[in-house]
Unconditional design. Structure first.
Length: 536
């Protein structure tokens, strides 16, 4: 990484106005139609899951008094500036708020893809360029976000300033790739949805037909998950393509930008199928794919190898499966130890050599290093249950319920709240249940908890990295042996197997793993391996 990224340096700036010629006051229209939730509120609700509220700022014309009154009523942060020179509005706001990294959004896009913002955050942490422009490709129009540095925003071009630069905030950045490093990244979370054409897909509100579509999308997706993203929208184009004919005739203004003549080296990452092996493999491979794209590689991310790509370098995160390929790098494969030049462990393992002392190598998203300003709640236990079935989930719930709101003893600390992610819905009302959350929400849950109860895996490492009091349970024979290994070598308390939880009447009070040091070095080894292949 080029340095530790502070969330305090990242701001979401949303340009908004009521004076649209095609659809006046569109930003105040309600979604769904009979509700009191406006387009602006949808945007703010989504962004507030990632950004602190004081770093979500609406940039509005100084003459728009009605909009100012509304933002004051909602207690939303805003900045007023020139009505005609939108770029000047952004420049002055960046100076006032001291925004180092600016996420630019517009007030007519209610369904911003939050997963994309997560990966833009990750990408920023790898950028060393002072002047840069960063965005994701492969998203429906209106769901993407772009990001650029304050230095790029404030950069002055020579000569007379074209009118298009004052109206379109970042056009002067995009049109000058010789000055501003351009990063156009593929969205890793959409890697499996490559057979859909997005050319006419508009998830924005410019005209009445657009508004009708976003209301329909809420009925289809928002009622189930108000934070649905591009993945769900693209899947809906397969399931119900007729919905998107509502606004397919609306034209979109586009600018011809300079082509980026970058010849990228290809690499294929193969990860274990999430439905069979859990989501951990996919999650870490998405971050790895983004990291390699930032380093100039064209990444193919899939659950399968490809006969047409057998000569490509392959990075394999598929347990102990072997393939007949020209160049292979193994991740967490027991047959390939990390002391080999083409192998690494993303998680500690009994047969793998340690780095030394209490230091362990691990791989995770750079976001795990960020402080999301979450205050630790004393006595809160976070449980990650993954894909455990109902009987297995109940075993964990019943174990914790015996300690909930009980007086502190020599063998039991204060436990006054339990939040569980994954598993099946609880039968006890005292357990808060989260079936599915974003990665950033997941990190926030970890940071706000005092204790974490899980099985050996990525959640364990993320929690140890943030200094939480982690304890483990064995959900399979393999996890039982790994849990014992973690207790012996890392000092992480191991309770026992799921079947023995009913006999355990104490909760760990000592957590010696707080001294464990974690080093994210696996991705650097992979990068070195790729460089050696393309140099040979």
């Amino acid at each position: 990484m080029s340095g530790i990224l502070s969330t305090r340096e990242c701001f979401a700036f949303i340009q908004a106005r009521q004076g649209s010629t095609r659809l006046p006051k569109k930003i105040l229209k309600s979604i769904p139609k009979e509700s009191n939730t406006s387009v602006l509120e949808h945007i703010h609700n989504r962004l507030s899951t990632i950004f602190p509220k004081e770093q979500i700022v609406f940039l509005i014309p100084e003459s728009d008094s009605e909009l100012i009154d509304l933002l004051n009523l909602k207690n939303y942060q805003y900045f007023v500036g020139s009505e005609l020179d939108v770029r000047d509005r952004f420049r002055k706001a960046s100076l006032k708020f001291n925004a180092k990294h600016i996420f630019r959004l517009t007030g007519d896009n209610p369904y911003i893809d939050l997963e994309s913002i997560r990966y833009l955050y990750e990408a920023i942490s790898e950028i060393s360029d002072t002047h840069y422009s960063l965005s994701m490709v492969g998203l429906p129009l209106g769901m993407g976000v772009e990001c650029f540095s304050k230095e790029s925003l404030l950069f002055e071009t020579d000569g007379l300033v074209p009118d298009r630069y004052t109206e379109h905030v970042s056009l002067h950045i995009k049109e000058h790739p010789e000055i501003h490093k351009q990063y156009r990244l593929n969205a890793p979370h959409l890697s499996q949805l490559t057979d859909i054409s997005l050319d006419s897909l508009r998830i924005t509100v410019d005209e009445l037909k657009d508004y009708e579509l976003v209301c329909q999308l809420w009925e289809e997706l928002g009622t189930k998950d108000p934070l649905f993203g591009a993945k769900e929208v693209i899947q809906l184009t397969k399931d119900k393509p007729e919905i998107f004919s509502i606004n397919s005739s609306v034209e979109q203004v586009v600018f011809q930008l300079p082509k980026l003549n970058e010849e990228k080296k290809r690499v294929r990452i193969v990860y274990a199928e999430p439905s069979l092996f859990g989501s951990g493999h996919f999650e870490r491979c998405k971050s790895l794919a983004l990291f390699l794209e930032m380093k100039g590689y064209k990444v193919e991310l899939s659950t399968k190898t490809d006969k047409n790509s057998e000569n490509l370098p392959h990075i394999l995160d598929v347990r102990e499966n072997e393939f007949a390929l020209a160049h292979q790098f193994y991740i967490d494969n027991l047959h390939h130890l990390p002391n080999e030049p083409n192998a690494s462990y993303f998680l500690p393992n009994p047969i793998a050599p340690k780095i030394g002392g209490n230091t362990f190598s691990y791989f995770s998203s750079p976001l795990s290093e960020l402080d999301w300003d979450e205050i630790t709640i004393s006595g809160k236990v976070l449980v990650y249950a993954g894909n455990l079935n109902h009987a297995e989930t109940i075993q964990i719930d019943n174990y914790l319920l015996q300690f909930l709101n009980q007086s502190k003893t020599k063998t039991t600390p204060n436990i006054n709240a339990v939040t569980r992610i994954g598993g099946t819905p609880p039968t006890a009302e005292r357990i808060q249940y989260l079936s599915r959350i974003s990665y950033i929400q997941f990190l926030k849950e970890i940071q706000s908890s005092e204790f974490v109860l899980t099985y050996f895996g990525q959640t364990m490492m993320e929690s140890v990295a943030t200094g939480k009091k982690v304890t483990l349970v064995g959900i399979t024979e393999v996890h039982e042996s790994l849990g014992k290994f973690a207790e012996k070598t890392m000092g992480i308390p191991y309770l026992g197997s799921l079947s023995t939880l009913s006999t355990i009447q104490n909760f760990p009070t000592a957590f010696p793993h707080s001294k464990t040091k974690l080093v994210r070095d696996a991705h650097l080894k992979i990068l070195k391996w790729l460089e050696s292949i393309y140099e040979s």
